[in-house]
Design a protein around this ligand. Structure first.
Ligand code: UDP
Length: 483
């Protein structure tokens, strides 16, 4: 690295994943540039990123952060029904030669590469960085419990034979809330699926990292952070840097959205915000049941309505087998006949996308029915808004257990045995309880406590800043391994 150039880092964002991965990676780069003088290259995947969700994030980056997309690789040999994880991991692996070229040319440039950071689905890229002698890190955009679930998977694979949902005992990750096997990520729930060995491989590949930079904080995962500190001191795992919450910047453009003016007209704490993240999809039947339940609850609501999918609850993500982002229909046409008109005084249905952080921080919002994506969870906690936890896929069931049983800031409706649909009566009861009931009041108090806990790490000398300072000073040293 040249003494006259600012140190440069390269951050690789998982393909296919929506704003939930790009935003925290971009925000981390922004913090490293603003507070520690780094320049950065953010690397994405061509045709595996959502143009609308990506462009607003990427266009707001400062000039010290550049972006580049790796060339497209063919995946048409994968079967149509291949799981999204298989697709994403295949794209990452097939693109490695292009990544190698890119990293080599950046290493040869005057600034060099002080560190390479790979997002959740990209740990196979750590090997390329290792070959080139570049310090390598995992930037884990979810929490430590989810990272633990990956790290322990190779051992679980070796020591158990049944499907995880049939495990008789609770699954215990260090310092984490006990989980049922069925709460683990859906990508590992079928050992015969080709996605399964890919997931086991991820668990091994993470160990190539010099350290894990995790979007978590003491207020949410105190015991897990302490447990991993001990494991790292004993040389079991690389160190963890808890740099969360990596909060999203508010934007002027978002602040202009019409739904915020609609919220202005309602009483404080009276509106339930409903959103399933950047790619979550409900089935057609579940969409109808949710609509009927919201209507029956009599509560005010603001619902971001995405296209339903009967095939895949992650259908909104690019690269998903049932990827449905590009048909020109109106998602509101899937709502029950007359729903929008009947609820026009109490509810607003917004197609596809709304400015979530601004909504959660609007005084009229008193609850969040969420798929429990980790960014949504942190954003709700930061705003002190209690939740109805409605997990769909990935690590969201684990997050829901943490929210309900450890932080206490969420209520959880019961799905029907068999088809897993949450019926309208259950929706109405959960929503009413959150907004007006005693359990809702308790969740609200817990959410307020969380709001204070989430503010601590970002204080001028707070733990998130100190953790980032510690890792940044390693990268600034000549060999990237210490001061
Ligand atoms: N988001 C938003 N508006 C929407 C849907 C999502 O602003 O209509 C943002 C949300 O604030 C969060 C991210 O997209 O920052 C979603 O990330 P999360 O981890 O919650 O879920 P994912 O999209 O990865 O499933």
């Amino acid at each position: 690295m040249s003494a006259t150039n600012p140190p440069h880092i390269v951050l690789l964002v998982s393909p296919g994943a929506g704003a939930g991965h790009l935003r925290p990676v971009a925000e981390l780069a922004r913090r490293l540039a603003a507070d520690h003088g780094f320049t950065a290259t953010i690397v994405t995947y061509t045709n595996h990123s959502s143009p609308t969700q990506y462009s607003s994030v990427l266009s707001s980056l400062p000039p010290s952060i550049t972006t580049t997309a790796l060339p497209e690789v063919p995946t048409d040999d994968l079967p149509n029904h291949a799981r999204i994880e298989t697709r994403l991991i295949t794209v990452v692996r097939r693109t490695l030669p292009h990544l190698r070229d890119l990293l080599r040319s950046l290493s040869d440039a005057r600034a060099g590469v002080a560190a390479f950071l790979a997002d959740v689905f990209c740990p196979s890229a750590l090997e390329v960085a290792a070959e080139l002698g570049i310090p390598r890190y995992v930037v884990f955009t979810s929490n430590l419990m989810a990272l633990a679930s990956f790290l322990y998977l190779p051992e679980q694979d070796r020591t158990t034979t049944c499907e995880y949902r049939d495990l008789p005992e609770a699954v215990l990750f260090p310092g984490c809330v006990p989980l049922r096997g069925a709460d683990l990520t859906d990508a590992i729930q079928d050992r015969a699926n080709p996605a399964y060995p890919h997931m086991v491989d991820l668990g091994r590949q993470y160990l190539l990292a010099d350290a894990f930079i995790v979007n978590t904080l003491d207020g949410m995962e105190h015991d897990a952070i302490s447990a991993f500190q001990e494991l790292s001191d004993n040389g079991v795992y690389p160190p963890v840097y808890p740099v969360g919450p990596i909060a999203r910047q508010r934007s002027d453009e978002d602040a202009q959205h019409g739904c915020l003016r609609w919220l202005d007209g309602h009483a404080a704490g009276s509106v339930l915000y409903v959103c399933f993240g950047s790619g979550g999809a409900l089935s057609v039947e579940q969409t109808l049941e949710l609509a009927a339940g919201l209507e029956a609850s009599g509560q005010r609501f603001l619902w971001v309505v995405r296209f339903p999918s009967d095939k895949d609850c992650s259908a909104g993500y690019l690269g998903s087998p049932a990827d449905n982002q590009n048909h020109g229909e109106d998602p509101l046409s899937y709502l029950p006949e007359g729903f929008v008109e009947r609820t026009s005084r109490t509810g607003l249905a917004v197609p596809l996308w709304a400015p979530q952080v601004e909504i959660l921080n609007h005084p009229s919002v008193g609850g969040f029915l969420s798929h429990c994506g980790w960014n949504s969870t942190l954003e709700s906690a930061a705003a002190g808004v209690p939740m109805v936890a409605w997990p769909l896929f990935a690590e969201q069931r684990m997050n829901a257990v943490m929210l309900q049983e450890r932080t206490g800031m969420a209520l959880r409706p019961k799905a029907r045995e068999g088809d897993g649909v949450v019926p309208r009566e259950e929706v109405a009861a959960a929503v009413k309880e959150l907004m007006t009931g005693e359990k809702g009041e308790t969740a609200r108090l817990k959410a307020r406590e969380m709001r204070d806990a989430v503010a601590v790490p970002l204080a001028p000398d707070g733990p998130a800043r100190r953790a980032l300072e510690a890792v940044a000073s390693k990268w600034k040293s000549r060999d990237g391994t210490g001061e």
